[in-house]
Structure formats: structure tokens, C-alpha cells
Design a protein around this ligand. Structure first.
Ligand SMILES: [Fe+2]
Ligand SMILES: [Fe+2]
Length: 196
């Protein structure tokens, strides 16, 4: 199948549009988290926004053969506007799961069928990443809804994302005793991206 006449070419541009928008939505959501003094959630959104940029770039680079041309697409894109961060996490979770399955799975299968195995692999592997994103957003939304973001039923480690201080207890300190940053900077050690 000729790439220029393929559905895969259009799907790549749809995915590029979707990833680009997700990156912006998460950057906006990070600002909302900052307003709510939830530095941890701000970082989760920024971290994920960076990964969506990478996905966008991977899909975009697969379009190299179309350089200089314009690709027309249609697509549905969400209006995820809310002034509370828990709702934004839920919206994000929902969209990640949808990207995971059916959207990227179907795009991957189509690419395979049309004879573009490398592009199919990108869609299928990124589909897997979006599942992880959805799970992570959901986990933080759960913690916020249960008022457990800074409280644990069992003793656990809490790391200050500003200075690295680790406290062990059932609750994150109201204020970091080392750098004086407030509770919003603390994350459960096990959820810190740099720990197992
Ligand atoms: Fe993505
Ligand atoms: Fe994602």
C-alpha cells in the first residue's frame, strides 16, 4: 500500500493532533494544581506532558515522506475544562484509557494491515504507555478523593520533591523540616518516579 494513500498516514496526523493537545491540556492542568498548592500533582502533569510531546514527535517523524504537504483529518477532541484538579485527573485518566484502547490499538492494527510494521509497533507500544498514564492519573485522583494524598493507613516513606528529605510516618509533614516547603511537595516514596 502506498503510504500517501493509506489510512495510516491520516491516523498518524490524528495522533499527532491528539498528543499535541494532551500536552497542552496537561500543562494547563499543572497550572491548576499549582494554584491548589499541590506541587506533586503539578509534577505528575508536567512529567506526563513531556512524554506526550515525545509521542507527538514519534508520530510526526513517521510522516517524513509527506514533508511539505498538508494532511486533512477529522477527529473528536475533548473539552476538559474544570477548576479543580481532581476532575482534571479524572478527565485525563479517561482520555488515556481511550487512547490506549480502542484508538491506538486500532491505529496499530490498521498500520500492520496496510504494511507498515514499524508504525504499527509505535502505535501498539505507545498504546501501552497510555494505559500506564491512565493508571497513574487514576491513582492520584483516588488519593485526592479519599483525602489520602498526604496520609497513609500504614507507616510509609514521604519524600520532599524540593530537597529530597525523607520522612517516615503515617502523614507527610505539614512543612518540610529541612527546606520549609509545604506539605504539597511531599510524595509517597513508592510513587516517586526515582524510586522502585
Ligand atoms: Fe501519548
Ligand atoms: Fe498519555
Amino acid at each position: 500500500m502506498d503510504f500517501k494513500n493509506s489510512e495510516t498516514k491520516t491516523n498518524l496526523m490524528r495522533a499527532f493532533a491528539g498528543e499535541s493537545q494532551a500536552r497542552n491540556r496537561y500543562t494547563f492542568a499543572a497550572s491548576q494544581a499549582k494554584k491548589e498548592k499541590l506541587y506533586v500533582i503539578e509534577q505528575v502533569f508536567k512529567y506526563t506532558a513531556g512524554q506526550e510531546k515525545e509521542h507527538a514527535e514519534i508520530f510526526y517523524n513517521h510522516l517524513k515522506e509527506m514533508a511539505g504537504e498538508t494532511i486533512m483529518i477529522d477527529g473528536g477532541y475533548p473539552v476538559d475544562i474544570a477548576d479543580n484538579v481532581t476532575q482534571l485527573l479524572r478527565y485525563a485518566q479517561h482520555n488515556e484509557y481511550e487512547e490506549h484502547d480502542p484508538v491506538y490499538k486500532a491505529f496499530g492494527d490498521k498500520a500492520q494491515e496496510e504494511g507498515f510494521p514499524k508504525i504499527a509497533a509505535s502505535f501498539h507500544m505507545i498504546a501501552g504507555i497510555e494505559k500506564v498514564h491512565g493508571d497513574r492519573f487514576g491513582r492520584f485522583a483516588d488519593l485526592l478523593e479519599q483525602n489520602k494524598l498526604f496520609v497513609s493507613n500504614v507507616e510509609t516513606g514521604w519524600i520532599c520533591l524540593n530537597c529530597g528529605y525523607v520522612y517516615t510516618g503515617t502523614q507527610a509533614p505539614k512543612q518540610c523540616p529541612v527546606c520549609s516547603h509545604d506539605q504539597g511537595y511531599f510524595i509517597r516514596l513508592e510513587l516517586s518516579p526515582f524510586e522502585d
